[in-house]
Design a binder for this molecule. Structure first.
Ligand code: ARG
Length: 295
């Protein structure tokens, strides 16, 4: 059975748009071997090689509102939404390529990029130095933060991170994510349960099967709006590489360069802010998540 979570409650629009972007806005033209450079999008597209010529193939894990998720439209139809999806479309347009999205679980995103089955992974990816062996990273396009979530009735049990480090606890984190590292750092005594979808983690925290979980803060806030039992108990320091970057098929320099140009443009002209605003509006309504069937 597919995982289906339908949010019942609509709450006021979230505004993560104000969260600072840590990306460096370097719009300078870089020079490559003194050869003539162009930022003309269509010419860019011609020079960049991709898995399928003419297409930009992007893996994402749509269990992660407001980054990527399934939103329900007026007709009850689910559609991929989120600021990562919008950014993927923007990058494809910038490069003059047709966008193809490949929805998979998060550990699948890592694998698809590593095996070069796709061109990019856009999935709230932290540019974790440990991943540099398997993919290249763009500049940051968004900075969230890390949280420990639980239910409102248990919140008082978690006054600081030490309270999460207890062998009586079952604590969730998404398979393959940096949240597993956080769980191992702060809750090593606990039973750390890895699940492949954040939506399942949220469901198990709400049902009480899990005592708590490590989740990216904007995602925790988004689900807490839709599921009022869920709450953020603690801010979690992360020593690694905070923020989201696009994962790029390793060694594809031209693609990496084009992606960075597109990101810098979207950050500097307000497009990214608009994507974030729209994503938060959509995420505060009904949400449907999981993998699309038959696709
Ligand atoms: N930022 C974390 C990481 O890179 C989690 C990303 C999870 N993304 C998702 N779409 N579920 O490990």
């Amino acid at each position: 059975m597919k995982n289906k979570i339908v949010a019942a409650i609509m709450i006021a629009t979230m505004t993560f748009g104000l969260i600072a972007c840590g990306a460096s806005k370097d719009n300078s033209q870089s020079e490559v071997n003194g050869s003539e450079q162009t930022t003309d999008a269509s010419e860019q597209g011609d020079k960049i090689s991709t898995v399928t010529p003419g297409k930009l193939t992007v893996a994402t894990s749509p269990d992660f509102a407001p980054y990527e998720f399934y939103a329900i439209d007026d007709q009850g139809k689910s559609e991929l939404a989120g600021f990562d999806i919008a950014l993927a479309g923007y990058i494809a347009d910038y490069l003059g390529l047709e966008l193809e999205i490949v929805p998979v679980d998060f550990d699948g995103v890592l694998m698809e990029v590593q095996t070069k089955a796709v061109d990019l992974g856009i999935s709230g990816l932290s540019p974790d130095p440990k991943r540099e062996a398997i993919m290249d990273f763009s500049e940051l396009y968004y900075v969230g933060g890390q949280s420990f979530v639980t239910t409102k009735d248990k919140k008082d049990k978690f006054k600081n991170l030490d309270d999460t480090n207890n062998s009586n606890l079952e604590i969730g984190a998404q398979t393959g994510s940096i949240q597993v590292d956080l769980a191992q750092t702060y809750s090593s005594q606990a039973d750390i349960i890895q699940l492949s979808k954040v939506t399942d983690i949220v469901a198990e925290v709400i049902s009480g099967k899990l005592d708590g979980a490590y989740i990216e803060t904007p995602v925790a806030e988004s689900y807490a709006k839709n599921y009022p039992d869920l709450c953020i108990a603690l801010d979690v320091p992360y020593e690694g590489a905070e923020g989201s970057a696009v994962g790029v098929s390793k060694g594809n320099e031209a693609l990496l360069k084009g992606v960075n140009e597109a990101i810098n443009k979207a950050l500097s002209d307000g497009t990214m802010d608009e994507f974030i605003k729209v994503a938060n509006e959509k995420a505060s309504g009904e949400i449907y998540e999981g993998l699309l069937e038959g696709k």
